[in-house]
Design a protein around this ligand. Structure first.
Ligand SMILES: [Zn+2]
Length: 166
């Protein structure tokens, strides 16, 4: 966990409701028990406890953001696997930035949903700085934080949800 001026956005309750039935690739969702725990949950932004009921679903974060913003990301749209709780859950219980303890990519997007570059973050200590640097560019509207080795989407950070002041 890292203290932050930026908010990590979990998958919205509305999207979760869809994903718990049919994922963004059109597949039926199949819940299972995470016997050992540790799956990074994109609904609660924490790792699963042993024995929790979860599901692995295909999620299209940019597509869903773009439809809210009424923009067309065109070819930049993509979808990938995320873990979520199988049933309705309470969401994150902390505002701290999760999943910062490993190599991450901070990928930047414009207001039109185009990729504007990114940064590899190898040191958790500079994670916050990487987000600040991204939003220092006025053209950057949205950031995706992704795992490096798997490339999986972890969460969004949006310009309008930066915490202002101290
Ligand atoms: Zn959850």
């Amino acid at each position: 966990m890292t203290t932050t001026n930026h908010s990590a956005l979990p998958i919205t309750p509305r999207a979760l409701k869809d994903l718990r039935t049919t994922d963004d690739a059109g597949r039926l969702t199949t819940p299972f028990t995470d016997a050992e725990g540790g799956a990074p949950l994109r609904c609660c932004l924490r790792r699963a406890e042993p024995g929790e009921r979860i599901a692995l679903v295909s999620y299209a974060p940019l597509r869903r953001w773009a439809s809210e913003q009424d923009v067309d990301p065109g070819a930049y749209d993509e979808q990938g696997p995320v873990f979520i709780h199988a049933e309705e859950c309470g969401g994150p219980d902390t505002g701290a930035l999760p999943f910062t303890n490993s190599h991450r990519t901070v990928r930047r997007y414009s207001a039109e949903g185009r990729i504007l570059g990114g940064r590899l973050v190898e040191d958790p200590a500079v994670f916050e700085e990487a987000l600040t640097e991204a939003f220092d560019d006025p053209a950057v509207e949205l950031v995706h934080v992704r795992a490096v080795e798997y490339g999986c989407f972890l969460y969004e950070v949006r310009r309008d949800q930066e915490v202002r002041g101290d």
